[in-house]
Design a protein around this ligand. Structure first.
Ligand code: PAF
Length: 282
């Protein structure tokens, strides 16, 4: 019997349920894989029938003075890691193949980019969204997995897929840290010994910030000033603040906060830019 569907919501749900019969999970990456990426593969492996990982160092998301050229690349090693983690397909296109000769479209998600990394890396998230949308159209996954270290990226991609009714579930996965609490990142490979000693203070600062926020004795600005003074000496803070975890607006003490906040920051340790965050439930 034919079924008539009159709402977008219901149609999307039916299509989603049909997808679940043979779920393809996509883990988009730029390579230089570490345990953080592999945790996404393992999660995808649990949820899906087929796991596809993409490796593409996307030039669209790097600014002219950023590290596109020196970004670590080792396809052979990455491919071994992926095999061990149980990945079924590695998709590693050449730049000309995936971007084409005359790409004329850029995907811009409005409203979530005036703060955090969006403020200091203009155009970065347009580059991310454009490539992620292309990957989704090529691979057509039911689920796609992103690490929550790139918290703003996760929120923006989720908004893009919601706004465009894209039939893909965006799944955010916990930050994986080394034994000293440093969030794993491909860029950690740039850190000298001295840089590393400084970098491990980032997570300590965020945890202290979360604790102080819980005590409700200090204002957000006082907490971030204290963290910069006590924990983040010797590195340049690009940004550090408390943000609404859904809207990414800077937390305003005068307004009643919604469900959760994110304390997020970016820091230059030597020449290496590192990001990290912690979710604070209210
Ligand atoms: O998070 C990343 O590694 C990249 O931004 C992504 C999502 C693979 C897009 O190039």
């Amino acid at each position: 019997m034919m079924r008539t569907v009159k709402t977008v919501k219901e149609m999307a749900k039916i299509r989603g349920d049909l997808c679940k019969m043979n779920i393809i999970g996509l883990v988009p990456t730029m390579g230089a894989l570490h345990e953080g990426h592999l945790s996404l593969i393992r999660k995808a492996k649990k949820d899906c029938n087929i796991v596809i990982a993409s490796i593409f160092v996307n030039p669209l998301q790097f600014g002219p003075k950023e590290d596109f050229k020196k970004y670590p690349r080792d396809l052979e090693k990455d491919s071994e890691f992926l095999k061990l983690a149980g990945c079924d397909i590695l998709f590693s296109p050449q730049s000309g193949d995936i971007l084409g000769k005359d790409l004329g479209t850029s995907v811009h998600v409005e409203g979530l980019q005036s703060v955090m990394c969006g403020a200091s890396r203009p155009g970065h998230f347009d580059g991310v969204c454009t490539i992620v949308l292309k990957l989704f159209n090529i691979v057509r996954p039911g689920n796609a997995y992103f690490g929550l270290k790139d918290y703003q990226q996760f929120v923006i991609i989720k908004k893009m897929t919601d706004d465009l009714d894209m039939p893909v579930n965006i799944i955010g996965c916990p930050i994986i840290r080394d034994r000293n609490g440093l969030a794993l990142s491909s860029r950690n490979a740039y850190l000298s010994k001295d840089d590393y000693t400084k970098a491990v203070r980032i997570n300590k600062a965020l945890r202290e910030g979360s604790r102080l926020a819980g005590l409700k004795k200090l204002k957000a600005g006082e907490i971030t000033a204290l963290l910069k003074k006590e924990y983040l000496k010797g590195m340049k803070t690009d940004y550090l603040g408390f943000y609404d975890a859904d809207m990414l607006s800077l937390f305003d003490e005068k307004k009643k906060p919604s469900g959760k906040l994110v304390l997020a920051g970016a820091f230059f340790v030597g020449n290496t830019r590192l990001i990290d965050n912690i979710i604070i439930r209210i």
